[in-house]
Design a protein around this ligand. Structure first.
Ligand code: PLP
Ligand code: COI
Length: 339
């Protein structure tokens, strides 16, 4: 199978790799965990993750570097965000050390699947933690399973750095005081219908508005939103119901410190899109996807262009990806080589 992979033409699809890590929490503690070739989970029919959505996950990537190495980008931040999701859903946390060791062991065991430097592909890593065991009441599980698997991927939105259009959805993906800030499956289940409607209408995905007033941009289904103003400011929404994107916080830093832009997290009103000359969606899977236009109330607001990436979004993309692949010096602590 791996011999047949065309690393330069990958989509964002599941590919079974050789090994995954699996660890169980029983009697109040995590076991050592082990690598296995079996990609099927064997769990009880009454597992709380299946009925009540007691599960959370992460998404990060391993990058091949020019000198033949492999690195993680800000992996500690993914480990901390998984802990935040665990706290919200009353699940036992994974230590940062265990999280990193598990991801590292999975990458090392599947190095044949790492897309080479310059191919445009990366190795996407999916850690996941689920409540299992025998329980039928609505309460936290008494056993848990933590697994990490990986696969080579290309761009999440099919055209990579070409602009895509989004439409504003009438649905909410998360409640104001719900689980929008955590990476939990329920948020994504709630978003599938809005995504499907958008795709059927010819859009790449949808934009959610804030669940309380429906006047402010929240985020895209699988990425955060940012806009560039006429006076070259980088602005991204602030909200208690969006996922704190590690890519977004990285871009806030890079825009300010590498590109000397003014940056802020603030309310972004859907009827004030005119102030942006460029816009983008950012995330681990999406990297940076330029937004051509956003449809709202039958009006398509076009930012820079529906076909060409704008100069600032391009510069942000080049800076971010050069740091991820080790071509540009990263801020301290962002890159963790896999030994
Ligand atoms: N928002 C949502 C809903 C996501 O699923 C993701 C992906 O993880 C992001 C934003 C981007 O977050 P990050 O940059 O940490 O990958
Ligand atoms: C990611 O960017 O890692 C995501 O999790 C987005 C999506 C595939 C759920």
């Amino acid at each position: 199978m791996k011999e047949k992979i065309d690393f330069s033409n990958l989509g964002f699809n599941y590919i079974k790799t050789d090994y995954r890590y699996i660890s169980y929490w029983r009697d109040g503690q995590w076991d050592e965990g082990t690598l296995t070739e079996d990609n099927t989970l064997h769990i009880g029919e009454s597992s709380p993750c299946l009925h009540y959505g007691q599960q959370c996950f992460e998404g990060l990537k391993a990058y091949a570097t020019k000198n033949g190495g492999v690195s993680f980008f800000r992996i500690q931040e993914n480990a901390k965000r998984l802990q935040s999701s665990c706290q919200r859903l009353l699940m036992p946390e994974i230590s940062i050390e265990k999280f990193i060791a598990a991801c590292e062991s999975v990458v090392k065991a599947n190095l044949d699947y790492l897309p080479p430097y310059g191919s445009g592909g990366t190795l996407y890593i999916r850690p996941m933690l689920i409540g299992i065991g025998n329980s039928i009441a609505v309460k936290p599980a008494d056993e848990y399973l933590f697994t990490v698997f990986c696969m080579p991927v290309g761009p999440y939105f099919k055209d990579g750095l070409s602009p895509v259009n989004f439409m504003v959805s009438d649905f909410d993906r998360a409640a104001a005081n719900g689980t929008g800030q955590q990476k939990v499956g329920g948020n994504y289940a709630a978003s599938m219908i809005a995504h499907e409607i958008a795709v059927k209408k010819g859009f790449a995905d949808c934009i959610y508005l804030d669940p309380t007033t429906h006047t402010k941009i929240e985020e895209v289904g699988a990425a955060n939103f940012f806009g560039i103003t006429k006076d070259n400011r980088f602005i991204t929404p602030v909200s208690s119901s969006i996922l704190p994107s590690i890519t977004k916080y990285s871009l806030l830093y890079l825009a300010e410190h590498y590109l000397s832009m003014q940056v802020s997290e603030e309310d972004v009103y859907i009827d004030e899109l005119d102030k942006f000359v460029e816009a983008g969606a950012c995330g681990t899977a999406a990297v940076i996807t330029p937004i051509g236009g956003i449809l709202h109330h039958d009006h398509l607001h076009v930012f820079h262009s529906e076909t060409e990436v704008g100069p600032v979004v391009k510069k942000l993309y080049d800076t971010l990806t050069a740091i991820q692949t080790g071509d540009l010096e990263a801020p301290e602590g962002w890159i963790r080589p896999i030994s």
